[in-house]
Structure formats: structure tokens, C-alpha cells
Design a protein around this ligand. Structure first.
Ligand SMILES: [Zn+2]
Length: 320
């Protein structure tokens, strides 16, 4: 794990004392490390090595490969919601004795996107949990979950780790060079998972460049261009929350730049573009843009039509 030491310590102590809760709710922004912590707990519970999770015993290796018969991971998403048939299938398996584990572990990620039917169905399991099961839910906001679900889980809030902690982790765990680690940690803005993937040579930096390029297109387009971009970008609805988060971060940087705090910006490599864009806008215009982006992000969370949401956003950004 990178960051979240207090949560790791708390779970370790509960495990050592045999006082694990039957259900945990890991809360935090996207890619902060919720699913990673959930899987680390699954490994620690079932590890047969001397220092759990050892990472090398059969159980640890099976879980890491996603092939352990008693560890079930159901990945949700903002758009790809967890459905009732997936919860029913888990409930069917949860009552069976573990095949080779000490306890079954059921992990449901991004549960804030689950359908109401799925959430209601899961309540039954939370009310009468089968004894050898540990249920771990992850979600971005507790406010988007049924209160009855939140109250039956032990919540752990994962805060975005600071830049130095992520940079240190990238050097120790991913073999990143100090300068690269520092740059990625800054760009990550607390998203540990993003930083790790970028350090391991994924396509994230190119993807980020393309996403910022789209923002440039939006700012330079006329009305027809705005409608075309909204149609094109809404085609990949699952990618939109991350896209808007990146644009929000960039827009925040614009305000910092305008306020003369350029040393605090996250997107430090974008100095020229920030300078150019910030110079062409007044502070009220920049604030209106930030508000429009935040509104669009919120609307997407409430399952608004992605294309309409982008059209409104682009017309607002274009008018400022
Ligand atoms: Zn192990």
C-alpha cells in the first residue's frame, strides 16, 4: 500500500485480535486506493505465510491473480452499475463453506453506482451475514448509499495521500526515479492508483495529454464544434468522470495561476497553456467555468444524460 497507514494498522490490529468486522465500507475519491486496500485485506485474512499478507503463499498468489475460489470481486462503476443478479449470485456463494480459505471475502467496488434493487438486496446479507464471510464495499461518497447500508458497515475514510508520500511510494514500490516520482505524484493529485499505473509505463500520460487536448478544442470551438465534441466524447460514458476530474484539476490550476500561486499548480508541465488561458480570462469567468465543470460532474453522478450534460457544459465554457 502507498499511504493510508492508519487504515492498514487498524485492520492489522483487528485481524490479530480476531475482531474483524463482518462488513467494511471503504470511502474515498476515485483511484485513491480503496480496491487495493480491500484486496490487501483479503490476502491478509487468508495468508498462510508468516507475515500476512506475505505475497508468496498459494493463497496470496491466487488472490493477486484474481483466481482464489473464496475471494469474490465484483467491480462496479459510475456507469456500469452493479446489478441485482450479481448480488444474488454472491449471496448464493456466500452461504457455502469456503473451499480453501479461512473466510470468504466478498468485495463490491464503486457501490455508489449500484442499482436500488441491488442495494436493497445486499441489505439482507448485511442484516444476517453468513459467519465466515467478510464483506467489503467501496464507494466514492457515503451520501450516495442507502443509510441502512452505511450504518451496518464499519466505515473507513481514505484521504488522498500527500505528494511526498506518493512520490516516496513510487520510488520504493515501482522503482521510479526521484524526478519522475515527484512529477507523477504531483499530477496524480492524490490518485495513488493512477500514479502507480503511470509509473509502470501505462498509457496514462498519453491519455492525459489527449484529454487536455480535448479541453483545448472545447475552448477554441464554435457552437457547432461544441455539439460535435459533446457527441464524440459522450460515446465513452464510463471515461467521463475521470475526464471531468482532470479538467476540474486543470481549471483549479488556472485560478491558482491567475492568483499568482503558480508554484502550487498540479499540472506543472502545462505552464505555457495555463499562462495563455489564465491571461485570457477574468477571475469571475474562471470561477464560472469551475462551477460549470463541477455541476456537470455532479449531474453525471446522478445519471444525467452524458451528451446533454456535455452540451450544456461546453456551451457555458465557450461563452466565458
Ligand atoms: Zn501469503
Amino acid at each position: 500500500m502507498i499511504g493510508h497507514e492508519w487504515a492498514v494498522r487498524l485492520l492489522q490490529r483487528s485481524l490479530e485480535r480476531g475482531q474483524l468486522s463482518h462488513a467494511y465500507l471503504l470511502l474515498g475519491p476515485p483511484r485513491v486506493g480503496k480496491a487495493t486496500l480491500a484486496l490487501a485485506l483479503a490476502r491478509a485474512i487468508n495468508c498462510t505465510g508468516e507475515a500476512p499478507p506475505c505475497g508468496v503463499c498459494r493463497s496470496c498468489r491466487l488472490i493477486a491473480a484474481g483466481r482464489h475460489p473464496d475471494v469474490h470481486l465484483v467491480e462496479g462503476g459510475e456507469v456500469r452499475a452493479i446489478r441485482i443478479d450479481q448480488v444474488r449470485e454472491l449471496q448464493r456463494q456466500a452461504v457455502l463453506s469456503p473451499v480453501e480459505a479461512r473466510r470468504r471475502v466478498v468485495i463490491l467496488t464503486d457501490f455508489q453506482g449500484a442499482t436500488p434493487e441491488a442495494a436493497n438486496c445486499l441489505l439482507k446479507t448485511l442484516e444476517e451475514p453468513p459467519p465466515p464471510v467478510v464483506l467489503i464495499l467501496t464507494a466514492t461518497h457515503e451520501g450516495r448509499l442507502l443509510p441502512t447500508i452505511v450504518s451496518r458497515c464499519q466505515p473507513l475514510w481514505l484521504r488522498p495521500p500527500a505528494v511526498p508520500a506518493i512520490a516516496r511510494g513510487l520510488q520504493e514500490r515501482c522503482g521510479a526515479q526521484p524526478e519522475q516520482a515527484q512529477q507523477l505524484a504531483r499530477l496524480a493529485a492524490g490518485r495513488v492508483g493512477w500514479a502507480v499505473e503511470a509509473a509502470r509505463g501505462g498509457q496514462l500520460l498519453q491519455q492525459r495529454e489527449a484529454q487536455l487536448g480535448h479541453l483545448g478544442e472545447v475552448l477554441g470551438a464554435d457552437t457547432i464544434g461544441h455539439l460535435r465534441l459533446a457527441r464524440e466524447l459522450s460515446g465513452d460514458a464510463e471515461a467521463l468522470p475521470a475526464l471531468l476530474d482532470l479538467w476540474l484539476g486543470w481549471w483549479r490550476d488556472l485560478l491558482l495561476w491567475r492568483a499568482g500561486c503558480s508554484e502550487l499548480v498540479c499540472n506543472a508541465d502545462q505552464a505555457a497553456a495555463l499562462e495563455r488561458t489564465a491571461g485570457g480570462h477574468t477571475v469571475p469567468e474562471l470561477l464560472a467555468g469551475l462551477q460549470a465543470l463541477a455541476d456537470a460532474r455532479r449531474r453525471l453522478e446522478c445519471n444525467a444524460n452524458p451528451r446533454l450534460t456535455l452540451e450544456v457544459l461546453f456551451l457555458t465554457l465557450g461563452a466565458s
